[in-house]
Structure formats: structure tokens, C-alpha cells
Design a protein around this ligand. Structure first.
Ligand SMILES: Nc1nc2c(ncn2[C@@H]2O[C@H](COP(=O)(O)OP(=O)(O)OP(=O)(O)O)[C@@H](O)[C@H]2O)c(=O)[nH]1
Ligand SMILES: [Mg+2]
Length: 328
């Protein structure tokens, strides 16, 4: 199984042409030493970590949604710009867990933070018309970060007209952790991301690249296929259905003309199976078509995608099932 390619499938995942840094060499400016390292994006659910990963990479590899706890496992994306290689690690949102799955997600995020060379703590800007106070849970999170160089990214500033409202936040966060820089951003509009990259670069260790310069992700295609199916389920269903869904690729056969992929969708209740399949299978058809198109876009080739829905009650609290589904 090849890692995630951009186009076409290849043993290592090709990335787009390196985004041009200001051409320092042409201007006779020393571009500085080669730096690289792991940069973990940490924060509460729904603050926009995955949207930020996609904005930084210029490729939508991480799934995003209106629902909190969209990201379940780390998603790694590599960005190579000139003399710098950023290995971004998107993480599950840290939350009060109610299931074994939730505990595993939190453990995964905390481990990614400990393994990182640089952290980006992502928090939300206050909205217009609301008190310009930091969210207490964000402050608590800042207080428990490991001692790793950290940039504070205040996201969703597109929703805030009066930017002076950010000032009380800066002081509050500075009281909980040492931040090397604070950068207001809008991940959705790709605003502030250039400055964020410059701040992070300064904190990366001087060391050779960790991956080939054209790598987009070191995770396999089958990981992204499962994620793209889950993304469509998140988009099409509501309430408890999306939280109770796990997706696993059961077959990825590349022996024929077109890759043949079979995916199992596990739902937490029998009733959810009916919802997902829909009247005359219409819901599953919509999900399957959209997911197939995303996979084809990533692989730059057509694929055959078959989806099976299975009721697996209680999987989110069953250690054996969690292991089978890759959450262990
Ligand atoms: N207005 C606005 N919305 C944003 C911005 N960034 C993200 N969002 C929205 O916030 C919601 C959550 O975004 P995600 O990127 O999935 O958030 P996340 O932090 O990865 O969430 P989890 O995976 O659940 O931890 C989505 O509806 C995004 O479109 C932003 O800069 N501005
Ligand atoms: Mg996410």
C-alpha cells in the first residue's frame, strides 16, 4: 500500500512544487540553515486545527466538519519550503472523554505534543458582541502543555471586527505558558498563515530534512480513504450518528485496471445503519459518490469504491473492537 500520493500513486507521496519562499538566494540574502521538525497542532475540538493544517499545506488532506471531535487520530502533513521542512501533526481535539475512544484520542494528542519539536496551540478568537475573555478550557490547556517551544495561534479572527478584543487574551495566555509568539489567523481564509510559518521556522531545530522534499504525508492511502468516507458521513448525518461511526478499509486491490477498494463502516446502533443507508440506499449512494471523488482526486485516477455498513454496538468502549478499528 503506497503512502498518500498526490498524483499519480507512487511509492512515496509527491507533494506540489515547493511553495516559493521569497527568493532570498536570488536577492543575495542568506536563506539561513536547513531546519526541520515536527510541529504539533494542539487545541480543543472544533477550533480549526485541521482547517489550519489544510491551509498550511495548500491541500485538503485532513477532514474537517462542523462537529467537534472530527479528528480521531494524528494526521501528518509535510510542507517543504526552501531550506525548511515542517512536519505538521494535526491532533484530535482535547476534551472531557466519555468513552474509551475519547480517552485514546486525548492520549494520542498529548503524545503528539510530547513528541513535537514545536507546538502550535490553536484557540478561537472571541466573537463580535461577546465578552473578550479567553475560554477557561483553552487557558487550562495552555497550562498543561509540555515545555516545548510554542506559538499561540488565535484562529477565526475573520469573525471578529474589533481586533483590540484580542489584547486581553494575550495577557491571559502569557500567564499560563511561555509563548514564543502569538499570531492571529483565519485558517478558513488562509490569513496570517505566512507569519505563522515564519514564527515556527525560527523554533525548528537546525537539522536535515526528515522526509524527501516532495513528500505530502507519510501515512498510507488507505488511511485517507477511510477518512474521506468518514468525512462524507459527517457531512450528511447529524447528532449521534457521526460520533458512532468508524471506517476501515478491508480490501485495497490494485491488481486490476482500476483499484478496487472495499470499506466497512461500523455504526454504534442498528438504527444508525438504516439512517446511513437511507431510503432505497440513496444516502449511502450520496456518501459513496462524494468519497470516491475525493479518493480519485488524491490518487489522480479512477477507483471502484464499495461500502458496507455494519452495526457494531458498543465499539467505542470495547477494547478488542477499538484495536480492530485501529484505535489502540
Ligand atoms: N469562521 C471561521 N471558521 C473556521 C476557521 N477555521 C475553521 N473554521 C471552522 O470551524 C469548524 C471546525 O474546524 P476543524 O478544522 O474541523 O476543527 P478541529 O479543531 O480540527 O476540530 P476537531 O478535529 O474536532 O478537534 C469547521 O466548521 C471550520 O470550517 C476560521 O478561520 N474562521
Ligand atoms: Mg480536526
Amino acid at each position: 500500500m503506497p503512502p498518500a500520493p498526490r498524483a499519480p500513486p507512487a511509492p512515496s507521496p509527491p507533494a506540489p512544487p515547493a511553495p516559493a519562499e521569497p527568493d532570498d538566494a536570488a536577492k543575495g540574502v542568506d536563506p539561513g540553515p536547513v531546519r526541520s521538525g515536527r510541529v504539533a497542532l494542539i487545541g480543543r475540538p472544533n477550533v480549526g486545527k485541521s482547517t489550519l493544517l489544510n491551509a498550511l499545506l495548500g491541500e485538503p488532506i485532513a477532514i474537517t466538519s462542523l462537529h467537534p471531535q472530527t479528528t480521531r487520530d494524528t494526521v501528518r502533513g509535510v510542507l517543504t519550503m526552501g531550506e525548511t521542512q515542517f512536519v505538521f501533526v494535526d491532533t484530535p481535539g482535547l476534551h472531557e472523554p466519555r468513552t474509551r475512544l475519547g480517552h485514546w484520542m486525548n492520549d494520542t494528542a498529548r503524545q503528539a505534543a510530547r513528541d513535537a519539536d514545536v507546538l502550535v496551540l490553536v484557540v478561537e478568537a472571541p466573537r463580535d458582541g461577546r465578552a473578550p475573555r479567553p475560554v477557561e478550557a483553552d487557558l487550562a490547556l495552555a497550562g498543561e502543555l509540555p515545555q516545548v517551544p510554542t506559538v499561540l495561534a488565535i484562529n477565526k479572527v475573520d469573525l471578529l471586527k474589533d481586533k483590540t478584543q484580542l489584547l486581553p487574551l494575550l495577557a491571559a495566555f502569557a500567564g499560563r505558558h511561555t509563548f514564543s509568539a502569538t499570531v492571529p489567523i483565519s485558517a478558513k481564509r488562509t490569513n496570517g498563515t505566512d507569519r505563522l510559518l515564519r514564527e515556527v521556522r525560527e523554533l525548528l531545530p537546525v537539522q536535515p530534512f526528515l522526509f524527501e522534499a516532495d513528500t505530502l504525508s507519510d501515512q498510507p492511502v488507505r488511511f485517507f480513504v477511510a477518512e474521506f468516507v468518514r468525512e462524507q458521513i459527517l457531512k450528511q448525518t447529524f447528532q449521534e450518528v457521526p460520533h458512532g461511526v468508524a471506517v476501515i478499509v478491508e480490501r485495497f486491490d490494485e491488481s486490476g485496471k482500476m483499484p478496487h477498494i472495499e470499506v466497512a463502516v461500523h455504526v454504534a446502533r442498528e438504527a444508525h445503519k438504516k439512517i446511513l443507508i437511507g431510503a432505497q440506499g440513496q444516502m449511502m449512494k450520496t456518501i459513496g459518490t462524494a468519497a470516491r471523488q475525493r479518493v480519485e482526486q488524491m490518487l489522480s485516477r479512477r477507483v471502484h469504491l464499495q461500502i458496507w455498513v455494519r452495526a457494531t454496538p458498543g465499539w467505542m468502549d470495547d477494547p478488542a473492537r477499538l484495536k480492530e478499528l485501529g484505535y489502540s
